[in-house]
Write a protein that binds this ligand. Structure first.
Ligand SMILES: [Zn+2]
Length: 69
């Protein structure tokens, strides 16, 4: 059974003091705000559209896990 990745959005602080929110599933910077608290509303409504590259990394990780079992 394949479990979907839970959405996870680490925040990155920029040199100008603003914050980026990054989706670890599709590897996109989904929001850029001066206040870190303002990132949550973008994360709530983010629609994930994983790129071919990130999907391949995810699939490869799953295949490797399966083969080693
Ligand atoms: Zn995403």
């Amino acid at each position: 059974m394949l479990l979907p990745l839970p959405p996870f959005f680490p925040h990155r602080r920029n040199t100008d003091g603003s914050f980026d929110s990054i989706c670890l599933k599709c590897l996109l910077t989904i929001a850029h705000e001066r206040n870190e608290g303002d990132l949550a509303k973008y994360e709530r409504y983010h629609v994930c559209n994983p790129s071919v590259i990130s999907q391949r990394v995810f699939d490869t990780a799953h295949e490797n896990g399966r083969n080693s079992a």
